[in-house]
Structure formats: C-alpha cells, structure tokens
Design a protein around this ligand. Structure first.
Ligand code: CBF
Length: 812
C-alpha cells in the first residue's frame, strides 16, 4: 500500500493537488475543496492496489462473490478510508499545519443517499468486512441521484425534503464508460421452433437503456485489498435519442430521455401508484441485468470461454428479494445467448445464487402484478412462467390433488409474481439473519419450501463492522481497549472477549466511565449547537434510533415516557434516576401511523422540556434526519439501547449490536439478535421484558387478547389513551386518533398495551441498576467484551465458508 511518508510529504502533495484541482492558493480553499482534495489524495494512494487486486483475482482465477443489494448505506468514506490506509494521523497533522482541522472537514462529505435502513447498512458492513478479510467480493447496486429524503421536523411533524446528495460531486466514484451494457425493457417475446426440434426465444421491439457503471473502492483495513462497489446509472445514448427523434417529435425525445434517467433517479420511488411500482420494478431489473451481464462478460473475457464452469468461479448473493430477478436473468443469458438447454442453465443458476431473507412481515414480501411484469419484462416473464410450470408439475406429482400445497409454493399465483418463492427456488442456500428469525422461516414463513429442501436452509446471524462502529466512531473506547488487552482485537474482534477479565477491575471501570462521559459530552455539545438544548450528562442516555414502524414500537417508549411525566407531575418528589430519552429515525412518507408517532414524540418532548419542574429529571428529544453520521455520534454516548420490537417481528436488528459494542445495556424483547445478545451476556447484563415470540404467535393464531379489556382494567393505559384524543396534549381533540385506533379498534396488533406494564417494570429495573454505578459499569464492560461475536467479520467468514466457498487472497 502506497503511503505518505510523513506530514511534510502530505502537505507537499496537498498543495500541488489543490493547485491543479482548484487553481487556488491553499489559503483560499473552501472546506469542501479541502475534503475533495484529501479524497483524491487517498484515491491516489489506493489506485495501484485497486488495479492489482482485480488483476490478482483474474490471474489466480479465484472464485469471486458478487453481492447484489438495492441499498448500500455506506456512510461517509473520508475518515474510514484514512483509517484503512493508516494515514489519519499524518493527514490530521498535515492539515493542521495548513490551517485546517480534519474534524471540520469530515462533515463536508454528504452521507451517500444509497440506502436507508438495516438491510442497506448491513450490505455496507459486509463490503467492509470482505475487503478487511482479503476476500474476493464486490457489491452491485444502483447509483441513485437522490436518497430517500432529508427529514426536517416542522411543528413537530416530519417533512420530507429532497436528498440531492450528489450535488457537489462524489470524489470516490470512477465512471467506467467502457464497461457499459444495455438493458432491455418491454417489446414482445415468444418461443418458436429453431428448426432442430427445439424451441428458441424471439425477443423484439424492445427498448434498451444504457447502464453505465460507477465504481467505488472498498478499501481493506491495513491490507492491500481494494474491492469494488459497482453502482449502475441509467443513461441514454445519442443514437437512441436520434432513433426516437426520427420516429416522433422533439417532445417524444425529451420524454424518452427523462424516462431513462428516471430509472436511477430515486431510491425507493413511491410505490402507492402504478407508475411508482413500474419504476421500482424497472430499477430492480436494471440493476440485476446490468450486474449479471457484466459478470458474465468478465467471466468469458478473463476467466474461461466455457460457460459451463461459471459456477466454479462465480457466486452471486441476493440481499433480500429485490435482486431476485438475477435468477431468470441468468437463465435468459445461459439459454438465449449461450445456447444452453434449460436443465444445464438451471443447474448452473442454482449453483451460483444464494438468498438472504430479511423480513417475515407479510406486507414487506415483494409481489408484482403479472400484467405489469409481462408488459415490462416479457422475456423474463416467459422464463418465470416456464419455471413455475415445471416446479408446480413436480409439486403436484408429489402431492396429487393438494392444490393448497401448490398455492403455498407457486411463483405465479393470484395474478402476482411472488419474489420470495422465486428467490428460494433458484438458490442453493437460503438464510435468515438471526437464530430466531431463521427458525421462524423454517417453521412458518417458508415452511413449505423447508420441507422440500431442508438442506438449503441455514442461519447467518448478522454482524456490524467494528471498524466503523467502534474504532472510527469511538476512538476513546478503542484506545482504552488497546490499553487493557492490546490491539490485536482490531484485526480479530473475537479477542475482545479478553476484556471480560477487566469487568471487575476498578481502575479499568473508572476509565470506562470516563470514556462514556467524554462521549456523552460530545453528543451534548452537538445537541446544544443544533437544537439549543442542554442535556444533563449525568442522566441516563436512553436511545431509540431506527426506522419508524409500528412493530418497532417507538409508541411503547413514548407512552412510557408520558406515563412517567404524569407520575412526576402527581408526585414531584418521586425518586427517579434522571433520564434523557433520545429518538431518531425516518418514517416512510406514506406511513401515517409512523409519522404520527414522530409527531407524538415531538409534542411530548416540547411539553416535558418546557416544564421547569422536570428540569434535571427528564428530557426528551427527537433528533432529525437520522443517518450514519448521526448514528456515529449516538451509539458511543448511549447508556441504554432500546430494542423493543414485538417479539418475532424484527428479523435481527443491527443497531442492538452497535450499542452493545459501545457499552450500552440492551433493554429489549426476546426478538431478533437480542436473543443472542442475551445469550452472550446473561440476565445480569441486559434487561429483557415482554411477550415471547411463541406467545405472540399463539395470540395471532388462537386469539385471547383484547386491548379493550386492558383499557377497561388498567387505569394507566386508560388515562394515556384518553390523553391521545382529548386534546390535553395541546394539539386539539383527536390529534392522535390514528394511534388510538391502532391500539384499540385494531386490537393492538403489535401488543404495545399488552407489554406496557412489563416495559414499565423493565424501565424501573434500568433505573435501579444505574444507581449501582459500579455494577452498571461492569455490565457495560461485559457487553463490550462479548460484542466480538457480532462483528461482521465473523458473519462474512461464515458466508464465505458455508455459502460462497471463497477464500482469502494473499498478494504475492
Ligand atoms: O438484516 C438486516 C436488517 O434488515 C432489515 O432492516 C430489513 O430491511 N428487512 C430488518 O428489518 C432488520 O431486522 C435486519 O437487521
């Protein structure tokens, strides 16, 4: 790996580069130009290794994995890349000499709008681990021009503003014009005899879109591996525009250009309209077809002309069902372009593809209307139709007369294409993302498939990159860990377990307390600067940060806070451990209840923070526009990690792991990876409450729960719910009617009221534990020590060994 010798060399290069890039004296640069200059300097350092890595994979003919994901929530890359190339200090000192502060430059980078939640952040952690472990693996996604949205809170309500994250350019990307491919949509496809007794496909009158890749380097930590995240952008070609111009008028040509660019314009176009759904399906196929075509082309040019050995060299992973069209796309290429018969094409496809499921929520299971699908992707539809026919034939042969069975596993049913069924059928491996989630997949969600192919199902518990979430986000804690157990954990996170020996070491615990204090102060300064609110760093920082969804139960959290508020008003001398409750997260623009929960939090926050009697006891804040950069400030400062989803609903969660790594205590249900966190640290070091997943399931199946009964018998619940709609929260009567209805008229689908008492107890328990501060710090240390298991390095090693069959590649 090329490096800057020292800060003098850094400065020399910086000055030269900035002269060329900006035609300015260093003194006159603006911060964004400083950021871009440093980014280009890092690109310079890694470029040789980037080329070498790709060459090495080809020369050694190693098997490579391609991870397809509709999102890669990368976060800023400047600091993480500086850390990876081990140049942060040199850069910091060099910039300082030139009159710049690296910490002031880092925020100049906009968070890339390439993802929004857990699935996207997981993909980013995986890319990070692949490079860190020298594994030959690359990402494939879309270069969205606009991210989800920028969230602002106006009058307590979420307002969505465009996230034009590319507005200043993106110095990490490299456009590869020569690697562009064409993706075909619409037209007509049909089968006809080929004259040799077989059928061949005719696909005509389609229109094609140019897919142009933009490559972003994924830099390995302290090694010389640089993998690639390939992001596809939809572009029109001049020839295509002329073709349209020749047929119609200028307006047609403008419309054509616009329609093409629309494909990669927005992350998650609104899908409540037919137009939105059409665009989303186009995006999925666009990413898949571009990605698969480029993999096949690379394979044939660089690895082997014999397509039959494709599976020996290529693994493709589909991150949830959004990229599931990889399966029919491979079939199309193998049959139509490579001339393989169906059976051979199918064998290679299933040898190559593996699928991870990330949700069991029925509404999140992707389905496409068949008429839309057929119109947009006629050739792909023919493949799926044939696949469905062959598959149902097998199922019916095995289960004569059992149409229910056929319905359960069909890809095409009820005029819809069922993407999860396609994904399962075309993959040699199907995994869930936490033990309990994988179990639910086998026992319930995908049970019918599990009984057909039990050997394909497995679990891979999620993990997070300890480099971003500990080394980068919390350098103070990282240094403390070094001073206790040495620094081998940085490359081998499982070594963090050696910290267990320090859980009873008073000196260590005092230092741990100091670190937490520093981090709480950093967050408090940010909050003071952004919100003009003073938060008490002696209070418990209790944090819930994640997407807003009814099943994640931010509502339970805020109802408890409201209850606490009323209790304190009634009894001002009540003995409580001071709390600061912090929330962050976005609600989907069209999700009424989630947006109303945000509003409720803001209304309660205003009421509590404005009440001087509560000063020093209770504070509630909603931090707007939660993203990776804000998360990096929040996790290190947390005392309590709120993981309170309805048991059985959260596939895994990964925020829970980031909190744990930073020494927060989990307050959670037995859901997702909380179960494994509990298993690691035991009852003494986390607080578990609420219904278990099997109890939730029993209520769903057999009934027996009435939220109205609770309303009648539990006076706290009655009082809280009444206040939601009687105007006492100062927003007029019926202000929160939608939430009230979800809890009562819709019988509290997510068991918020059912778990309410248990949650209040758990909160009390947290207070008691915090008062015994020594014990609290011990628990914090135990959590950090056991967090090594939740490093994505462990997860990726398991994928590499069990699913992809790839090995680390050492440079020679
Ligand atoms: O597996 C990663 C994450 O994916 C989700 O965010 C998702 O988009 N389905 C799940 O909700 C999380 O539980 C999970 O950790």
């Amino acid at each position: 790996m090329k490096k800057w010798k020292d800060k003098e060399e850094f400065k020399k290069i910086f000055i030269r580069k900035s002269h060329v890039a900006w035609e300015k004296d260093v003194r006159d640069l603006i911060p964004n130009e400083v950021y871009q200059t440093v980014a280009f300097m890092i690109r310079d350092l890694i470029s040789e290794d980037w080329i070498k890595t790709n060459k090495m994979y080809v020369e050694k003919k190693v098997k490579q994995v391609y991870y397809f994901s509709i999102e890669f929530l990368l976060g800023r890359l400047l600091q993480s890349n500086l850390i990876s190339v081990d140049m942060e200090t040199v850069c910091r000192e060099g910039l300082h000499d030139l009159g710049w502060d690296l910490d002031a430059i880092i925020p100049e980078e906009r968070d890339p709008g390439l993802g929004n939640g857990g699935l996207g952040r997981l993909a980013a952690c995986f890319a990070d681990s692949l490079a860190a472990l020298r594994l030959p693996g690359h990402g494939c996604s879309i270069r969205y021009q606009y991210g989800l949205f920028n969230q602002r809170i106006v009058d307590g309500q979420q307002v969505e503003l465009p996230d034009n994250w590319l507005v200043d350019g993106y110095p990490w990307e490299v456009k590869k014009v020569d690697k562009a491919v064409n993706v075909c949509f619409s037209g007509n496809a049909y089968m006809r005899p080929d004259g040799e007794g077989n059928l061949e496909c005719v696909y005509e009158n389609y229109h094609s879109v140019r897919a142009v890749p933009y490559d972003v380097p994924m830099v390995g930590y302290h090694n010389d591996t640089v993998n690639t995240l390939r992001l596809w952008r939809a572009e029109y070609t001049r020839e295509d525009v002329y073709r349209v111009l020749a047929k119609g008028n200028r307006h047609e040509a403008f419309r054509y250009k616009d329609n093409v660019q629309l494909i990669s314009r927005f992350l998650y176009p609104e899908d409540s309209t037919e137009e939105g759904r059409r665009l989303r399906l186009m995006q999925e196929y666009f990413m898949v077809s571009a990605g698969v075509q480029s993999i096949v082309r690379h394979f044939k040019q660089k690895i082997s002309p014999n397509i039959k050995v494709f599976g020996h060299y290529v693994a493709i992973h589909i991150n949830d069902t959004h990229p599931a069209l990889v399966i029919p796309e491979l079939m199309r290429i193998f049959m139509d372009e490579e001339g393989l018969p169906w059976e051979t094409a199918w064998d290679i496809t299933t040898e190559v593809v593996a699928y991870t499921n990330h949700t069991i929520l029925p509404e999140a299971m992707e389905r496409w209307s068949i008429p839309l699908f057929k119109e947009l992707l006629p050739r792909i539809y023919l493949v799926i139709e044939e696949l469905n026919k062959r598959w149902l034939q097998q199922v019916r042969n095995k289960n004569p007369g059992d149409e229910a069975k056929a319905r359960e596993v069909a890809i095409l049913w009820d005029n819809q294409v069922h993407m999860a069924h396609l994904a399962v059928l075309g993959s040699h491996s199907i995994n869930g993302v936490a033990e309990i989630h994988s179990q639910i997949l086998k026992e319930s969600t995908l049970h019918a498939f599990y009984s057909c192919f039990p050997e394909r199902f497995n679990n891979k518990t999620n993990g997070v990159s300890h480099r971003r979430w500990l080394i980068q986000s919390n350098p103070q804690l990282a240094q403390l860990i070094d001073s206790a157990i040495g620094n081998t954990w940085r490359k081998h996170p499982e070594h963090m377990i050696h910290l267990s020996a320090y859980a009873a070491d008073t000196a260590f615990l005092e230092q741990l307390d100091q670190v937490k204090r520093i981090r709480k102060n950093i967050l408090a300064s940010y909050i003071k600067a952004e919100y003009d609110q003073q938060i008490d760093t002696d209070s418990v920082f209790d944090i819930q940060i994640k997407r807003f969804h009814l099943y994640k139960r931010q509502l339970l959290n805020i109802l408890h806070i409201l209850n606490l508020y009323y209790a304190l008003k009634e009894n001002p001398n009540m003995d409580i451990v001071p709390r600061t409750y912090l929330f962050g997260g976005k609600a989907a623009a069209g999700y009424g209840e989630a947006k109303m929960t945000i509003k409720l939090i803001n209304v309660v926050s205003k009421m509590i923070n404005g009440d001087h009697c509560l000063e020093g006891k209770l504070k509630v804040l909603f931090l707007e526009n939660y993203n990776v950069s804000l998360a990096q400030l929040l996790f290190p400062a947390a005392d309590v990690s709120e993981q309170i989803s309805t048991a059985g609903k959260e596939a895994s969660g990964t925020g829970n792991m980031k909190f744990m790594m930073n020494g927060a205590i989990t307050l959670g249900t037995m859901d997702g990876a909380n179960v494994e966190i509990h298993h690691e640290v035991g009852d003494d070091n986390c607080v578990i409450f609420g219904l278990r997943a099997d109890e939730v399931m029993k209520y769903y199946v057999h009934g027996g729960y009435s939220s109205w009964d609770l309303y009648r018998t539990n006076e706290h619940i009655r009082m809280l719910l009444t206040h939601l709609v009687d105007g006492s929260l100062g927003n007029g009567n019926y202000a929160f009617q939608m939430l009230y209805d979800s809890l009562l008229d819709r019988n509290d689908e997510y068991f918020v009221l059912k778990d309410f008492d248990s949650y209040c107890e758990a909160q009390k328990n947290i207070g008691c534990r915090y008062q015994n501060h020594y014990k609290w710090l011990q628990s914090s240390a135990v959590n950090i020590a056991h967090s090594g298991f939740f490093s994505s390095d462990r997860t990726i090693r398991q994928y590499a060994r069990d699913i992809w069959h790839i090995k680390p590649v050492e440079s020679t």
